[in-house]
Write a protein that binds this ligand. Structure first.
Ligand code: UDP
Ligand code: LCN
Length: 791
């Protein structure tokens, strides 16, 4: 295949394609004739390739055609719309970069077209009249994004805060007066009406600069540990309020950083300064979907890793906020409220309680009710509102706008990419999934929010071959409703990656012998090795000396637990080396209301029989006790086993980092987030869920190597842990997110006019389009439950 180097970045596809077509003119004429033969349709890359194979059946010739620039262009194609005699291509040479060209099958002429025209061709396949109507609603967020600087490199996507800090720095640089917006911002800082950092005495950059110099000298003369209270009164007189530090040492350090910023702003000092500013005390997190609770909820519809994520996130943020507030010399108590649905029929959970304190925190609660309560409980406005998924993000956007507060959004799994052509086919899918509302709500909140927290790069801008989830909202069309020519730009510096961690008090290494939860041993022994089937486990392990390969997930099709069982069943070598233990779902399909789960339960039973797995497999029903689960991962590590995450697609994959935290060597899908978590062959292994033989042989190789060389297993166990400590801890996450909260609060102030203009556009769109659309969505009843994919 041709490399990207074959096409210079300065050349557009429309420039290079004519030559490339000309070089293989004979074959291409036949190929295009084939493409248009079936008339109007959408073709994906695999259709283009397989039809090319039938036209150029000689492999060597095909390799030659595909070896050049043409191959590169074709392989970067996402889809093609055939409207004879033309074939219209949407090409994605790099993450975030799209080009559109129209090729005539008659003379192979190539014409660059706009995204708008490309969408019109697509629509014409579904609703030609609408597509040709000049007055259809076109949504174009780019048109009102006139002043926000954008990134340009695909590799910079997701590092938004770094670039926002750079852009801010350059805005403040030059003359000292340029730093006035920063001074104004510092003057605006307060907590419940109590002024922080500065008062009006220091209302210009030059006054502030002079005062900082004198005050640093004063602080140098004090013992380092002098408490702030000892010099608080003098500070007030000079124009400085609380919030600089708890001691003379820390106060002096913070002042020095600001002095350096005023002298010559640089991103490093800007970042350090913002991480020290007292800007965030109260945070509201919206997570309305599923059963949000602290016990007995995992495995209920739409309830999985998302709940774990939020509860761990709250703990980590409260810890970090408490530390920061102490270091700022303040005595304020941070408050975090998770706002969710109150579910009257709560299936024995606490989802019907209005207020519930969050375990492991001092000041954080779950609130199952509305806005006025938030203001009441927090005794004022929150400083940051974080939304989750479509519903939570939309509510967060509305509330943040109403209260004038900084907003963040999170959606680890957006729905749009999960179904092929979900936009263009919306009319067919809407009765079941209400995609029109969902995609527009997602687009609204992506534009309204100040920053986006993603877990991985792929979530934003995908990979070389697959567009990212956010990227899929760049341009799309809902024929009959509206055409979104510019939905979101993944080069917007609002996009950030902050990967979650796993609670390290629950998921710690198997080798921490003194911390091990030995009280669970009898229960785990029973769970893994007892001989009789019961409602919690099925199947048994004859040779308990063998290592165990382990997996745990909701029993959804996409999690592919049945895939793993099949790979294992088919691979004799693997079966000789290890036993298989899987946790997920339950055994009686008649007890499930979820179509996917029912199908998966039945398939599990069939596979166990088909491959005669009894004696080598243990199927354990869904588990809800995370402390016991932690010990379970460690007990699997004791057998010198491994964790396998075989999902067809996984947005992030908390089980992957839970297993790695326990020192369990891990094999995880190369489709989605886990491909970023694990460095293949270093901190674990990637497996291709679409190539079961290769995957099961890779696992078998690992166990063969471990058998002959005991140090081999240890190497991967340790390297997995190292990867976690370097990149995937809640401490790293909380630090990043709080820094974002602080930096983007200033950024939105700096770009106030732009923000307001966009907000007015969003409001109009929301009021005129979205509110009408949402009226058609029926209020859900408890039955029947559709499988949901966000959790
Ligand atoms: N989990 C559990 N019991 C089960 C299956 C899963 O406690 O039977 C937990 C698992 O330990 C992890 C979360 O549920 O914390 C699943 O998160 P992940 O990101 O792997 O997948 P999701 O369910 O969010 O798609
Ligand atoms: C949703 C998912 O689908 C998982 O991949 C994530 O790990 C989970 O949320 C937590 O972020």
């Amino acid at each position: 295949m041709a490399s990207a180097a074959a096409v210079k970045r300065s050349d557009s596809i429309a420039d290079t394609m004519p030559d490339a077509l000309r070089q293989s003119r004979y074959h291409m004429k036949r190929c295009f004739a084939k493409y248009i033969e079936k008339g109007r349709r959408i073709m994906k890359l695999h259709h283009l390739m397989s039809e090319m194979e039938t036209v150029i059946d000689d492999k060597a010739e095909r390799t030659q055609v595909l070896g050049g620039v043409l191959g590169y262009i074709l392989c970067s194609t996402q889809e093609a719309v055939v409207i004879p005699p033309h074939v219209v291509f949407s090409i994605r040479p790099n993450p975030g970069y799209w080009e559109f060209v129209k090729v005539s099958s008659e003379d192979l002429s190539v014409e660059a077209i706009t995204v708008r025209d490309f969408l019109k061709y697509k629509e014409a396949l579904y609703d030609e009249k609408w597509s040709n109507d000049e007055h259809v609603l076109e949504v174009d967020f780019k048109a009102i994004d006139f002043s926000t600087p954008q990134l340009t490199l695909s590799s910079s996507v997701g590092n938004g805060i770094e670039y926002v800090t750079k852009f801010t720095t350059s805005k403040l640089a030059g003359k000292l007066e340029n730093a006035q917006p920063l001074v104004d911002y510092l003057l605006s800082l307060n907590h419940q009406e109590e002024q922080l950092i500065l008062n009006e005495t220091l209302n210009t950059a030059s006054k502030l600069q002079a005062a900082l110099i004198v005050t640093e000298v004063y602080l140098s003369a004090l013992p380092k540990d002098t408490p702030f209270q000892n010099f608080e009164l003098s500070f007030k007189e000079w124009g400085f309020e609380k919030g600089w530090g708890d001691t003379a040492k820390r106060t002096k350090e913070t002042m020095k950083i600001l002095s350096e910023v005023l002298q010559a702003p640089d991103p490093l000092n800007m970042d350090r300064f913002f991480s020290r500013l007292p800007t965030i005390f109260n945070v509201v997190i919206f997570s309305p979907h599923g059963y949000f609770g602290q016990a007995d909820v995992l495995g209920l519809p739409d309830t999985g890793g998302q709940v774990v994520y939020i509860l761990d996130q709250v703990k980590a943020m409260e810890e970090e906020l408490t530390l920061r507030i102490k270091q700022q010399g303040l005595t304020v108590k941070p408050q975090i409220l998770v706002v969710t649905r109150l579910i009257p029929e709560a299936r024995g959970t606490k989802c019907n309680q209005e207020l519930e304190p969050i375990n492991g925190t001092k000041y954080s609660n779950i609130l199952r009710d509305a806005t006025a309560k938030i203001l009441n409980l927090m005794e004022g406005k929150p400083d940051l509102i974080i939304g989750n998924y479509t519903d939570g993000n939309l509510v967060a956007s509305l509330m943040a706008n109403k209260l004038g507060i900084t907003q963040a959004t999170i959606a680890h799994a957006l729905e749009k990419t999960k179904y092929e052509d979900s936009d263009i086919n919306w009319k067919e899918l809407d009765p079941k999934y209400h995609f029109s509302c969902q995609f527009l709500a997602d687009t609204i909140s992506m534009n309204a929010t100040d920053f986006v927290i993603a877990s991985t790069y792929q979530e934003i801008a995908g990979s070389k071959d697959r567009p990212g989830q956010y990227e899929s909202h760049t341009a799309f069309t809902l024929p009959g409703l509206c055409r979104v020519v510019s939905g979101i730009n993944v080069f917007d510096p609002k996009f950030n990656i902050a990967a979650p961690g796993a609670d390290q008090s629950v998921y710690f290494p198997y080798s921490d012998k003194q911390k091990r939860l030995t009280s669970f041993y009898p229960a785990i022994e029973e769970l893994l090795f007892s001989k009789e089937d019961n409602s919690e486990h099925l199947g048994f392990l004859v040779d308990r000396k063998k290592p165990i390969i382990f997996s745990m997930a909701r029993l959804d099709i996409v999690k592919n637990i049945t895939g793993l069982v099949e790979w294992y069943g088919k691979n004799k070598r693997l079966r000789n080396l290890v036993n298989l233990v899987v946790v997920g779902g339950f055994f009686d399909p008649s007890k499930s209301k979820d179509r996917e789960e029912i199908a998966e339960i039945k398939k599990m039973h069939t596979l166990i029989e088909k491959y005669q797995l009894r004696g080598q497999i243990r199927w354990i029903a869904a588990q809800t006790d995370r402390n016991r689960n932690g010990e379970l991962y460690r007990c699997i590590a004791d057998t010198r086993g491994a964790f396998v995450q075989p999902a067809l697609y996984e947005a992030f994959g908390l089980t992957v980092i839970e297993a790695m935290n326990c020192g369990l060597p891990t094999f995880a899908t190369n489709q989605g987030g886990p491909a970023e978590i694990i460095v293949d062959g270093v901190s674990g292994f990637h497996i291709d869920p679409n190539n079961g033989d290769e995957a099961s042989n890779k696992i078998a190789d690992f166990f063969e190597n471990s058998k002959t060389d005991a140090a081999y297993w240890d190497r991967f166990s340790k390297a997995g842990l190292q990867r976690i400590y370097e990149c995937y801890t809640w401490k790293i996450y909380a630090n990043k997110v709080l820094n974002m909260g602080s930096t983007y609060t200033f950024w939105r102030q700096l770009n106030k006019e732009q923000k307001q203009a966009k907000q007015r556009y969003i409001q109009m769109f929301f009021n005129l389009q979205y509110r009408n659309l949402v009226k058609n969505v029926p209020v859900p009843s408890d039955e029947p439950e559709q499988p949901q994919t966000t959790s």
